[in-house]
Design a protein. Structure first.
Length: 401
């Protein structure tokens, strides 16, 4: 260990290479400028005086920007709800619909076996309350369609499935399952956690058949502490979403609490900027991802490539008998930021559910890293990571022996 520390580069000379964009992203210039402008508009958007109405105008603009990035034009009241984060948005979607009606037809909920903790932990709570939760397998990064269709044979209250797995980059065909659920029973509610898919894959709520869609600001070069929930006009008309936070009746009565105006304005600006350059950004990330995968394969490092569709920005790899935390420390000393999985579960001390569901053994999962790219990354970032990984694999295995 002493030899490894001695070989570490001088920290003052290290260039930071940030490749953990599924955890959070750096602010884009558009978001930063919008937030600075919003700081000077101090009125409460619920107030009726001039200062309040100035803030309300900014709120309407940001709501339209996020709606536009979702392909929704002229959103009706309640169609885009601002929340404190993606976790709150998903909690609101699931608990708000499950408890919206006293008289429900059936108590089945269908999800996947690799959901983000913001969904999985809610499912565990609902199971404890007597709901029948079915987790559809996703081995190899492919949603088991037959298992999903079989689960729909029982009257189903809610289908909640992620668009992109945050650890493997697998992109699931949620539209197929959502549309099958609606054909089976139009009253079944469909929710998509699209936090990792928003502005990474082209979609609209209508195109995937989702009643509810979760998105988050800090995954798209907006600020932390702000998310949004898309709610279909049909659900609004049916009053099929019960407020999760109650109080002053903000956000059309569906999410009380004074709005985080600075964060919301940054989110809106980031969404508009990202949507305007969506195809360009996707092509850039695909190019970097493919170069990374090719380099890893040449180095003899196992790449956990989903068998089906995959997102443009996530690569999961398994190291040759080196614990992920050991390599994370090695890379961090060299200014390279990657992760061993979801930042929301990084301190849990448990083997990744997503990687086990993908088909990795517990040992392989504990030796895996996630690299996640953004439009801000460069080919030099990828090459620096590849060089460090090759050196790290050689050095760390040698030290272990």
């Amino acid at each position: 260990m002493a030899a490894m520390n001695a070989a570490a580069p001088d920290r003052e000379q290290v260039v930071r290479r940030y490749l953990d964009n599924s955890a959070t992203t750096p602010l884009c210039d558009e978001a930063r400028q919008a937030m600075l402008r919003a700081m000077d508009v101090y009125g409460n958007p619920s107030s009726l005086h001039a200062a309040g109405q100035e803030a309300a105008m900014l709120l309407r603009t940001a709501r339209g920007q996020v709606a536009g990035a979702l392909g929704v034009r002229n959103p009706v009241p309640g169609e885009v709800l601002f929340t404190a984060c993606g976790t709150e948005a998903s909690n609101t979607a699931i608990l708000g619909t499950v408890y919206a009606k006293k008289h429900r037809v059936g108590n089945r909920i269908i999800t996947t076996d690799c959901e983000h903790p913001s969904v999985e932990e809610v499912m565990k709570r609902l199971e404890g309350g007597g709901f029948d939760v079915v987790r559809v397998p996703t081995k190899g990064g492919v949603l088991d369609r037959e298992a999903a269709l079989a689960a729909l044979e029982v009257p189903t209250l809610l289908v909640s499935m992620m668009m992109v797995n945050n650890e493997t980059g697998a992109a699931f065909d949620v539209s197929d399952v959502f549309k099958a659920a609606k054909r089976k029973n139009p009253a079944t509610i469909t929710h998509c956690d699209a936090v990792q898919g928003f502005l990474k894959l082209p979609f609209t709520p209508a195109s995937i058949g989702a009643d509810l869609v979760t998105v988050s600001g800090h995954k798209i070069h907006g600020p932390k502490g702000v998310g949004a929930l898309y709610v279909s006009p049909a659900l609004i008309r049916q009053k099929a979403l019960q407020p999760y936070l109650i109080g002053g009746g903000q956000e059309s009565g569906l999410r009380s609490g004074t709005e985080n105006m600075v964060g919301i304005c940054g989110f809106g600006a980031a969404a508009e900027a990202g949507y305007a350059r969506l195809n360009e950004h996707i092509a850039h990330m695909v190019s970097l991802r493919d170069a990374l995968v090719d380099g890893l394969c040449e180095a003899g490092i196992q790449v956990n490539v989903p068998a089906g569709r995959r997102a443009p920005h996530i690569v999961n790899l398994t190291l040759p008998d080196i614990k992920s935390q050991t390599m994370l420390n090695y890379l961090s000393e060299r200014g390279i930021c990657v992760s061993s999985g979801s930042a929301c579960a990084a301190h849990g001390g448990k083997t990744s559910r997503s990687l086990l569901a993908f088909g990795l053994t517990p040992h392989e999962a504990d030796c895996s890293l996630r690299v996640s790219l953004s439009a801000f990354n460069t080919a030099e970032d990828v090459q620096a990571l590849l060089t460090a990984l090759r050196e790290g694999c050689s050095r760390l295995v040698r030290i272990k022996r």
